[in-house]
Design a protein around this ligand. Structure first.
Ligand SMILES: Cc1ncc(COP(=O)(O)O)c(C=O)c1O
Length: 427
């Protein structure tokens, strides 16, 4: 069956809300490449949305998963726990930024990790309010949609959302906001809408993911830490997209020296197996009573075994260092493209291997070029590339290569991208 036939089959039985970026049906995938059912080859610069940081089907992850399923695949960590989960919690509580003693819980998806952070913060503080940022993305459940700072496509037609969620500006040029604007808005909120003593948490992505790969300025993180300390508010870092070496550190917060109270982890954590975690300060994590946190599949032994293999691979293959090298290569190649097309590419940015270019019209950074962004994504597969877009104004191409990608494949992918870009803009 070919791609077209499979897409027709899918369209008949999948609701359109769960759409797909490419009508390309995967037969197999290896490290940074994938092949479709028609045996076409693609270089994967999307890694299943920042999940397969250790590449597709890394032999060590495959071996760890096989060994685990030979023993058992599910008992529920809340019924009969197992060593792989304990060992993983031991490792993650040590790896999380900051010196405080930490504890962990495991759930299954990124959104669930965010939900659990908010539950834990509410139980700890006994408060109701949560502050989030414009352009943020925290998930597709009701609470996390409420926290997400962009209407379409995430929130459209789905309200009402839980109450006591407040959004403030995120400091990036695309939003026309500065750090001062963000801080002023929080101060204002405390006067107009909610007293600080009613706020349970402030949640922020250290680099906005879906919002457009905008780094949170260190100064803002430091100011948020101060505000949270002053008012007894829990600071949550949503590291779901930025974690596990993606931005050139194990966790992005390490760049700022700020220790969040709670951190969400998912995506890169287990190389493609569904697992997420909340790791945070012990006394905060222990606020909810036994049975209040978790879920049937949370901390699956198969996913925990995969996650332990991920950590081993990251160390053995020095993937944090590699993330920075990849970022440098992409940045220099994409900057060359920018100098060729200065009226179309307004910015090239990266934190490690979390890389983006922003597209504009007529050399004006205030005129986002969503049409060109869309055209690039639609044509990428013809050039043998899997690419993703993002951005509050839908004008950002993001690159999330596997940290295990070879130089040859990376450069081949970048050549393909340059050809693709030129083919669309050169008349
Ligand atoms: C920062 C951030 N938070 C939360 C989520 C939601 O994760 P999931 O799709 O696994 O629920 C995502 C997913 O893209 C994310 O990037």
């Amino acid at each position: 069956m070919n791609n077209h036939e499979l897409q027709n089959r899918k369209n008949k039985v999948f609701a359109r809300g769960q759409g797909n970026a490419y009508p390309i049906y995967v037969k197999h995938a290896k490290n940074a490449e994938l092949w479709d059912v028609e045996d076409n080859r693609y270089i994967d610069f999307g890694t299943g949305i920042a999940v397969c940081n250790t590449g597709h089907s890394h032999p060590k992850i495959v071996a760890a998963v096989k060994a685990q399923i030979e023993n058992f695949s599910h008992t529920c960590v809340m019924v009969n726990p197992y060593e792989v989960a304990v060992e993983l919690a031991e490792k993650l509580t040590k790896l999380a930024p900051g010196d405080s003693e930490k504890k962990a819980i495991f759930v299954t998806t990124g959104a669930e990790a965010v939900e659990n952070c908010v539950k834990i913060a509410k139980a700890y503080t006994g408060r109701r309010g949560v502050i989030a940022f414009n352009g943020s993305f925290h998930g597709r459940t009701n609470l996390t949609m409420g926290l997400t700072g962009k209407i379409a496509p995430y929130k459209k037609a789905f309200g009402p959302f839980p109450g006591d969620i407040y959004h403030v500006p995120f400091p990036a040029s695309s939003y026309g906001a500065t750090i001062e604007d963000s801080l002023k808005a929080i101060k204002n909120l405390f006067k107009v809408d909610i007293e600080p003593s009613d706020v349970a948490a402030i949640i922020i992505e250290p680099v906005q993911g879906e919002g457009g790969f905008y780094s949170t300025p260190v100064e803002l993180l430091q100011e948020l830490r101060k505000i949270c300390d002053e008012h007894g508010i829990v600071l949550i870092a949503d590291e779901i997209q930025t974690g596990f070496g993606r931005t050139g550190k194990m966790f992005n917060c390490e760049y700022s020296g700020v220790e969040p109270d709670l951190i969400t982890m998912a995506k890169g954590i287990a190389g493609g197996y569904p697992l997420s975690a909340v790791v945070g300060k012990q006394e905060i994590m222990d606020a909810p009573i036994p049975g209040a946190l978790g879920g049937t599949y949370g901390g699956s032994p198969v996913a925990c075994a995969a996650a332990l293999a991920v950590l081993k691979i990251m160390e053995e293959e020095n993937l944090i260092n590699r993330s920075n090298e990849i970022g440098k290569t992409f940045n220099s190649r994409l900057s060359e493209l920018q100098s060729q097309f200065p009226d179309l590419i307004s910015d090239v940015r990266n934190k490690g291997a979390m890389i983006a270019i922003e597209l504009m019209c007529d050399g004006n950074p205030d005129k986002p070029n969503a049409d060109l962004t869309k055209a690039i994504i639609s044509k990428a597969a013809e050039f043998g590339l899997i690419l993703l877009s993002c951005g509050f104004n839908s004008n950002v191409i993001r690159f999330l290569p596997a940290l295990t990608i070879s130089d040859d494949i990376m450069n081949e992918g970048l050549d393909k991208f340059a050809d693709l870009f030129s083919s669309l803009v050169e008349k």
